[in-house]
Design a protein around this ligand. Structure first.
Ligand SMILES: [Zn+2]
Length: 318
């Protein structure tokens, strides 16, 4: 876990930020200027050209633009992409990093994971050097988040908590965090309490970040490689994976996705070819509670693409 975690209302406002920091964000000046005002950051530089699913070239571009400028700290302010770039930069340069999520889903502010694209393929990387020096979780950033981003993030957090619970790398402590995270996220989504999302996502990050995600995430990357947002692709992928694994979270996760009204997924490439992309993803598949072979993967993909796994089961009247 990060050495310093600050959570709650005004957490980002009360934090003392070092001067000469570089703020890395995905948003536009009208939004982040308001945020930085609230936070009271002084004498900072901004890099705001981060795009979703950042590539290693982006990381290198940021590093190059600010070389020799005596940057004291990186501040990752935004969704998973801003934080991932920040994490990789921190590893490359040894400069400390403060991570502040504004969309609440990836839990990236808590984990040693970073997702960076190499040659247009997303790669999940893990390194202790990716861990934040300080993480700040403040619900202040929640209002105004577009519904689509909110629901994708919420779905990611719930998928991570439940896959993390089932992971072979889990232990009683990680399962404690995953279980608590899922309970909170479910309450937030099903009962329309968005203010609970930041805390749920944060606990999910601690839980799955110290175990792993599993089959649902492994299946999802072939969809995100074709442009489907990460959280969206998990709606069907994690549902089908939970059914395959006989997870205790199968029904509850599906209910969350139904509530968020996700559409079924499509895949352009042939399923056999997609299965060949998924199979080498040992980081996810080896930690799945049940062994998975290529036929299983193809069957899961068929269920995702041809059957709508989120379809409400309606009982026929007799
Ligand atoms: Zn995820």
């Amino acid at each position: 876990m990060p050495r310093k975690i600050v959570y709650g209302e005004d957490a980002a406002k009360d934090f003392e930020y070092p001067e000469n920091s570089l703020v890395i964000t995905t948003t536009t000046p009208d939004i982040y200027n308001k945020w930085l005002d609230y936070m009271g950051v002084k004498n900072y530089e901004v890099y705001d050209k981060i795009t979703p699913d950042p590539a290693i070239e982006t990381v290198e571009a940021v590093k190059k633009s600010f070389e020799g400028k005596n940057i004291s700290t990186f501040i990752g302010l935004g969704g998973g992409s801003s934080m991932d770039v920040c994490k990789y930069l921190g590893k490359l340069t040894g400069i400390p990093k403060i991570l502040i999520p504004t969309t609440f889903g990836t839990g990236a502010e808590m984990t040693t994971y970073a997702v960076i694209s190499f040659e247009h393929k997303k790669k999940l990387l893990q390194d202790e050097a990716f861990l934040a020096d300080a993480s700040i979780v403040d619900p202040y950033f929640l209002p105004g988040t577009p519904f689509n981003i909110m629901r994708n993030s919420a779905c990611d957090a719930a998928a991570q908590a439940s896959e993390g619970y089932d992971s072979k790398l889990g232990n009683p402590l990680t399962r404690l965090f995953c279980k608590e995270a899922f309970d909170i996220l479910e309450d937030a989504i099903v009962n329309d309490k968005p203010n609970l999302l930041p805390y749920g996502a944060m606990l999910s990050g601690i839980g799955f970040g110290n175990s792993s995600t599993t089959l649902g995430h492994a299946l999802s990357y072939v969809f995100s490689n074709e442009g489907v947002p990460h959280g969206y692709s998990l709606s069907s992928c994690t549902t089908v994976a939970h059914r395959f694994n006989k997870s205790i979270y199968y029904e509850r996760f599906k209910r969350i996705c139904q509530k968020l009204k996700f559409e079924p997924l499509k895949l352009k490439q042939p399923l056999d070819q997609a299965a060949d992309v998924i199979m080498p993803d040992r980081g996810h598949l080896d930690n799945n509670p049940i062994p998975v072979n290529k036929e299983d993967i193809i069957k899961c993909l068929e269920d995702i693409v041809y059957m709508n796994p989120l379809e409400q089961v309606v009982e026929e009247p007799r």
